[in-house]
Write a protein that binds this ligand. Structure first.
Ligand code: PMV
Length: 365
């Protein structure tokens, strides 16, 4: 028998919009479902108006909404095989059996199995083309790819909104990676989280910005975002001010995106990133995600903008700096950041599409 959640989740795919599936593998979207085996690709995203803080830790319900862009060059590909002989799910990441994070994978698959009324366990193989757990949103693309592949492997046919809701349970930012281009994640009000989902704001092609990422440390971050958020909410004297200010920043960013106003988007995005890190530093003990190279990169980006280059920065829960810029400024920005002592690698991206599922055996384009 289907649970209430299962009935709610088993809605039709009537909430797609034309630009939700844009992306390099969009031509595969019309393939037939074949329950049992499936694969999916999802892109990392970077928040311009940041999410930090949960109102419910179990369901990953955010205390604030957020706005992000999808990155076409940073992706997770996930393949799934259902096997009735398996006693438990197995999860391989980049060719290695993953202990870190496998509990969250199993919990999510258990929830999705309940929706479909299946008890069959699966083998999950995931591959990231970028460093895992280093503040580059690997959990976002990872959980978006997982729910998209599982939806197909278990033959659920869930709506994109429901997939966003499920991805959120894996990782808050993953809810946004179901969609491409510019995406808003709603805080939501309901205790069951059904309105804490992402929605697309604009397609990548509507305003094709570029992103240059300066990597200065490839290891996993010292304090994960879940623990960092919890500590901040419990100990920072400024947490309620952060939560109360968020609707204003979301409105500014929404308008900037709708009107393609680069300067307005630059101001609100930098303000949100700096507010997040100021807030995190005000936790007790304070969270320090920046290293010296991070700080130097931020100064370089401000300096470039002062010289008229269309660029602004954002930083997540790690030291890497993401410079968002006009496509014609990307070479200048990449050269300036490469020159910063301590920058070991530069990644470049355009804006990406939404998560795409396809049958096993098909090849990626
Ligand atoms: O969803 P999580 O747990 O990876 O948290 C994401 C937090 C930030 O990356 C710092 C901000 C954001 O909105 O992505």
């Amino acid at each position: 028998m289907l649970t209430d959640e299962a009935k709610r989740m088993r809605t039709t795919r009537n909430d797609r919009t034309s630009h939700e599936r844009a992306g390099p593998v969009a031509n595969l979207m019309n393939t037939q479902y074949s329950p049992g085996r499936a694969q999916a690709i999802a892109y990392a995203n970077v928040a311009l108006v940041k999410y930090w803080g949960k109102r419910d830790a179990d369901l990953n319900l955010p205390d604030v909404g957020s706005i992000s862009i999808a990155l076409d060059a940073l992706w997770t590909r996930t393949r799934m095989e259902l096997d009735p002989a398996l006693e438990r799910d197995s999860f391989e990441l980049d060719g290695q059996i993953e202990a870190h994070g496998s509990g969250r994978v199993t919990a999510l698959l258990t929830r999705m199995r309940a929706i479909g009324g299946s008890e069959i366990r699966s083998r999950v193989f995931s591959q990231n083309n970028f460093p895992t757990g280093a503040g580059l949103a690997s959990s976002a693309s990872g959980f978006a790819a997982l729910v998209t592949a599982a939806d197909r492997a278990y033959g659920l046919g869930l709506s994109l909104s429901r997939l966003s809701e499920l991805a959120r349970i894996g990782s808050g930012s993953a809810a946004r990676s179901i969609f491409g281009g510019y995406v808003e994640m709603h805080r939501g009000e309901l205790p069951d989280g059904s309105d804490s989902v992402a929605v697309p704001l604009a397609a990548a092609a509507d305003w094709p910005l570029a992103v240059v990422i300066a990597i200065s440390e490839r290891g996993r971050k010292s304090v994960g975002s879940t623990e960092g958020m919890q500590r901040t909410a419990q100990t920072s004297p400024f947490y309620s001010a952060w939560v109360n200010n968020q609707p204003d920043d979301l409105a500014l960013a929404r308008t900037a995106i709708a009107t393609r106003d680069f300067d307005a988007l630059a101001h609100v995005s930098e303000a949100s990133a700096l507010a997040l890190h100021g807030l995190a530093m005000s936790a007790r003990p304070g969270l320090l995600y920046f290293n010296a190279t991070t700080m130097e990169c931020l100064h370089r980006i401000r300096h470039l903008r002062g010289r008229g280059v269309a660029v602004f920065f954002t930083v997540d829960a790690g030291p890497q700096v993401k410079a968002i810029c006009a496509p014609e400024a990307a070479d200048t920005v990449a050269a300036a950041l490469k020159d910063v002592p301590g920058v070991t690698e530069i990644l470049r991206a355009g804006l990406g599409g939404g998560a795409v599922g396809m049958d096993d055996g098909q090849t990626w384009t």
